[in-house]
Design a binder for this molecule. Structure first.
Ligand SMILES: C[S@@+](CC[C@H](N)C(=O)[O-])C[C@H]1O[C@@H](n2cnc3c(N)ncnc32)[C@H](O)[C@@H]1O
Length: 306
C-alpha cells in the first residue's frame, strides 16, 4: 500500500520487534508514540496488555486517541523526561520500552509547523505547541554568538559564525524559506549533496525542543524503569543523539560486574537499502537496545587468590 503524504511509516519495525521481542501480557511504554506505528505492532503481540503511549505533540496525541480508541491504553501528552520521571515516582516498571526519537513525517510535511525549509512556513519548530521557545525567538532575538554556539553544538555546522552573522544582519527573518535563503547565501552551495541549510535547521530544532537535554537526562531513568528481563530500544537519527545513547548504554549496560543491563546490540542496527527506498527517513536511523539484568549482582568480581 502506498502511504498517504503525511502517514508516518515506522522505521526499522522488524528490527525493533526482534529486539523488544514482545510477548503476550507484557507491559509497554512508548515514549515517542507519534502516530502509533510501532505501538500497534507491539500491542498486536502483547495482546493489548497494559500500555502507556507518550508524545509531546498535541496532533500526534489526537491521532493516537483515535487509533487506539478501543484499546486499553493510557495516552499521555507530555515530554518523555517528565512522563518517565512520573512513572518512576509511581514505582511503575515495564517489560518493553521504546523511544523513536526526533520528528515525525507530519512535522516535516506540515508547513505551518515550520520544521522544513522545503516548504514555506513560520519559524516555529516546536513539537509541543504549548512550549514558549520558538525558532523565531532564537533567529530574531539571540545574539550572533549565541546562534553560532547553537549551530556549532547542535548542527556541527563548520560555517556557524558566518551563518549566525548573516542571520543577525538580515533580521527580521520571518519564514522558513527566507531563513534557508539567508543561510544558503552565507554558507555557499558547497560540494555536499545536502542543502546548505540542513544543519542550521537541525540545530535550531534541537535547541527549540531541548532534544539532547531531554535525552541525556531520560536515558538513565529508562533503564531504571525496566523490569528485570525487560528490554529498552532507542532509535536515533543523528550522531549527536546516537553518541548519547551509546555512552549511556556503555555506562549502564557495559561488561562490568555491577552493570544494570546488558547490550543487545554491540553495534547500532541500521536500515537496509530496501527500507530506505520505501522510507527515506530510515536512512539515518540507528537502533540500539539493552535488556535489564534479571538478578542484580551485589558482589564484585573474584580477584585472583581470594
Ligand atoms: C519519529 S516520531 C515517532 C513515530 C512512532 N514511532 C510511530 O511509529 O508512529 C517521533 C515522535 O516523538 C515525539 N517526541 C520527540 N521528542 C519527544 C520528547 N522529548 N518527549 C515526547 N515526545 C517526543 C514527536 O512529537 C514525534 O511525534
Amino acid at each position: 500500500m502506498v502511504p498517504k503524504k503525511q502517514e508516518h511509516i515506522p522505521v526499522l519495525a522488524d528490527e525493533v520487534l526482534k529486539l523488544l521481542d514482545p510477548k503476550p501480557g507484557e507491559s509497554y511504554l512508548d515514549l515517542t508514540a507519534g502516530y502509533g506505528g510501532h505501538a500497534s505492532l507491539v500491542l498486536e503481540r502483547t495482546l493489548n496488555a497494559p500500555a502507556i503511549l507518550v508524545d509531546r505533540d498535541e496532533q500526534a496525541i489526537s491521532a493516537l486517541k483515535k487509533r487506539f480508541a478501543d484499546k486499553p491504553v493510557q495516552i499521555s501528552h507530555s515530554d518523555f523526561l517528565a512522563a518517565s520521571s512520573e512513572q518512576l515516582d509511581k514505582n511503575e516498571r515495564f517489560d518493553l520500552i521504546l523511544a523513536d526519537l526526533g520528528v515525525s513525517s507530519a512535522h516535516l510535511d506540515t508547513p505551518s509547523r515550520g520544521f522544513a525549509f522545503m516548504h514555506d512556513g513560520p519559524l516555529d519548530m516546536r513539537m509541543d505547541t504549548d512550549a514558549k521557545l520558538t525558532a523565531d525567538a532564537i533567529v530574531n532575538g539571540y545574539s550572533a554568538e549565541e546562534i553560532a554556539e547553537i549551530l556549532k553544538n547542535y548542527g556541527e555546522e563548520p560555517r556557524a559564525r558566518r551563518i549566525a552573522q548573516a542571520i543577525v544582519a538580515n533580521r527580521p527573518i520571518t519564514s522558513t524559506k527566507a531563513l534557508a535563503e539567508v543561510v544558503a547565501r552565507a554558507a555557499g552551495r558547497g560540494r555536499g549533496k545536502i542543502h546548505p541549510a540542513t544543519k542550521t535547521f537541525q540545530a535550531l530544532r534541537i535547541a527549540v525542543n531541548d532534544e539532547l537535554g531531554q535525552l541525556e537526562q531520560a536515558l538513565p531513568v529508562w533503564i531504571q524503569l525496566l523490569k528485570p528481563g525487560g528490554r529498552l530500544a532507542v532509535i536515533s537519527f543523528h550522531s549527536l543523539e546516537d553518541r548519547l545513547v551509546k555512552r549511556a548504554f556503555a555506562e549502564l549496560a557495559g561488561d562490568r560486574y555491577d552493570s544494570e543491563a546488558k547490550l543487545l546490540t554491540k553495534k547500532p542496527v541500521e536500515a537496509g537499502r530496501d527500507e530506505i527506498v520505501f522510507n527515506p527517513r530510515a536512512r539515518s536511523a540507528k537502533l540500539r537496545a539493552v535488556v535489564k539484568i534479571k538478578i542484580p549482582v551485589t558482589t564484585g568480581p573474584k580477584r585472583k587468590g581470594v
